[in-house]
Design a protein around this ligand. Sequence first.
Ligand code: PGA
Length: 260
Amino acid sequence: MKRTLIVGNWKMHLNVHEASLLVHRLNERIPVHRTVEVVLAPSLLALQPISVELDRRKFRLAAQNAYYKDAGAFTGEVSYTMLRELVHYAIIGHSERRMYFDETLEVVRDKVAAAVRNEIIPILCIGETNHERLQGETQRVLHDQLTTALFHLTSEDVETMVIAYEPVWAIGTGQTAKPDEIAKAIGWIKHNLYELYGTQVAETTRILYGAGVEPEFVGSTLSIEGIDGLLVGSASINYQKFADIVDAAYRLGHERPTDG
Ligand code: PGA
């Protein structure tokens, strides 16, 4: 049975003290759930102190970014090798990195390979911009982002990883994707996985939805076929909202005991 996966991407918010306070509050509000896996992605700076104080029965950590070389003369960078003892997951290919830091398909591919090489599970984000959506290119964009990112991976690698469908036009914009739009995109992603790796991988690889997730959308979004969890941005730095999202996922999981 798949556990519902809820990931909070804190982006470039909260200093070390504030991050620690948020963990403390989440810890008070969120009980140990066997059916929900909760992952926090603080800033790189806050990862180390948080890793010491974290209740590992409740939470796992994710990196928001790292460099794809393992070590070397790369001033200012931190590698997946350096993070391997600290984090379980790494968010890779987020649209903000593709847009503001010029991460190409090839860079995303190399980061995914580096994470896997260092035994960190990639949370690969893919999704179309508003322009691509209006041009009817969503299916092609998802295909291209997915196939290049998985280029170096075996079926076993892909089965353990996580893919997050994040329509870029709905990230932090107040716009929301409709359930039928999300379902269609998830269907395309699963079909691509099936074509590349076969039925088992298409069924096993976890797929998240992310973009504008708020507590009130959890029920309708997690009910969409093929969705195994949520990637939460702005609502994840509000402990009440994030705890409500986890609660809602937990309750829903219990209403759907046959899931997975
Ligand atoms: P949002 O961000 O929830 O603030 O829309 C989602 C994301 O960037 O993963």
